[in-house]
Design a protein around this ligand. Structure first.
Ligand SMILES: N=CN[C@@H](CCC(=O)O)C(=O)O
Ligand SMILES: [Zn+2]
Length: 432
């Protein structure tokens, strides 16, 4: 018989809720004040109910007076360790076949991202291989990647389509994402990114028309029938891909069918897509290496989240986005791995380290950006991104005396993560 409580994690040296204020996001100086509970002699506990929701939390001595242990299915002793919210990865391209390790070599030898793309490589290379792959093959590769993300502490991840580009193959990718969503190893926010590149043989105008008049209506029907859940609409707004007006029209069509706007903007060229996206009420814009001051002001006023992807600037030797200026101007900043065949990174701890070192974020700011603010970018921060009574029990146990070790230690973060819990269920554990 199931107990009243699914899980009790007890005696943590540090409990890091990030916030207990009910805030949906933190910006400006508020990003510096991460809520950390420490100092109680018996450590700290989190109690999870049978629905996977946090029922109680606080000093272990107090929580344990309030709970009947006989009603708890599983108890984990976190003595000497830290409990944090699971990481939220706000931007990934995780469904594809055909790696691009050969292109990594080309880039190291000096080729630019767009030079490779224009020669039919880059996204086009991945599209060719993804179109050839079956749904099952894509699902196997995707599942393996998701389990590696979980081992690195991710409990909610945004997953894009975008290597199909035609209706059949985009739907194939969305079905793969849907299968994983239903399996429930990790929380998923699904994004239709049919406008990720202009298919070879089409103009960007033809591709825009196909997306608006053919692909989106079909996807809408599949959403209405319950076959697919799609949360966000995305476009790669870039010179040589989709221009500002085409991006606007695609995003508006997605918004009209209830999708959240969450797109790629201002990465390699400044097209004023930050201003355009803020004007449309975009939930989030990713990259922003080339964003202008007026773009930042517009995003700050609209509450559009800046999703920062440190792996991209690092890999492509781009000028990093102006994160300090974003934070100083009240833009809500989130982080994502940007996992894709160009940026083969599945781990938010490494992303936080890069954000601190290459973009001058503090560790507190990076943690907020990788949890609460990333959940907000996906419209999920009412239930995810911090440890608060009533929120989903997505959390990790870090085998270190202070939470900052998960950012400070480079590369071997998996060995620091003793357990990952999604909805109060242990989905990964080692060394417990
Ligand atoms: N910039 C566009 N999309 C991806 C790269 C995808 C790819 O190269 O396959 C990004 O966010 O970095
Ligand atoms: Zn991307």
């Amino acid at each position: 018989m199931p107990g009243k409580y699914k899980l009790l994690v007890e005696h943590a040296r540090q409990l890091v809720p990030v916030t207990r204020s009910g805030a949906r996001f933190l910006r400006g100086d508020d990003m510096k004040s991460v809520d950390v509970m420490e100092g109680a002699p018996g450590g700290y506990s989190v109690l999870v109910d049978s629905d996977g929701v946090i029922a109680d939390m606080g000093p272990s001595e107090e929580v344990e007076q309030r709970v009947d242990r006989g009603q708890v299915e599983q108890v984990i002793d976190a003595s000497g360790r830290c409990v944090l919210p699971g990481f939220v990865d706000a931007h990934t391209h995780p469904v594809w076949a055909g790696d691009r390790v050969h292109e990594f070599a080309l880039k190291l030898a000096g080729a630019s991202y767009m030079e490779i793309h224009k020669q039919g490589g880059g996204i086009h290379y991945t599209v060719t291989h993804t179109r050839q792959a079956s749904e099952d093959e894509l699902f196997q590769a995707f599942s393996h990647r998701l389990s590696r993300m979980v081992r690195a502490g991710t409990t909610l991840v945004e997953c894009k389509s975008g290597y199909g580009l035609d209706l059949h193959n985009e739907v194939k990718m969305l079905k793969v994402i849907e299968r994983a969503r239903r399996l429930g190893l990790v929380g998923i926010s699904s994004t239709y990114c049919g406008a990720h590149a202009v298919p070879i043989g089409q103009t960007s105008k033809e591709a825009t028309d196909d997306i608006i008049n053919n692909q989106l209506p079909d996807i809408k029907k599949r959403m209405e029938s319950g076959e697919l859940t799609v949360d966000n609409i995305d476009v790669f707004c870039e010179v040589g891909v989709f221009d500002l007006e085409q991006t606007r029209e695609i995003l508006k069509a997605g918004k009209a069918m209830g999708l959240q706007i969450n797109f790629h903007g201002e990465e390699l060229h400044r097209l004023n897509s930050a201003e355009m996206g803020a004007g449309l009420g975009a939930d989030a814009i990713s990259h922003l290496e080339e964003v202008s001051k007026t773009g930042l002001t517009a995003m700050s006023q609209a509450g559009t989240v800046a999703v920062i992807l440190p792996t991209t600037a690092y890999n492509l030797h781009l000028q990093p986005p102006p994160v300090r200026s974003m934070i100083d101007n009240g833009v809500i900043v989130a982080l994502g791995t940007d996992f894709n065949p160009n940026a083969h990174c599945l781990a938010m701890p490494l992303v936080m380290n890069l954000a601190c070192v290459t973009m001058k974020m503090s560790m507190q700011e990076a943690l907020v950006a990788a949890t609460l603010n990333a959940a907000h970018a996906l419209g999920r921060s009412a239930r995810h991104g911090s440890l608060e009574v009533g929120k989903v029990a997505d959390m990790i146990i870090v085998d270190a005396p202070r939470w900052e070790h998960i950012i400070y230690q480079m590369g071997s973060h998996d060995s620091l993560i003793s357990a990952v819990m999604h909805k109060g269920q242990v989905v990964h554990s080692t060394n417990l």
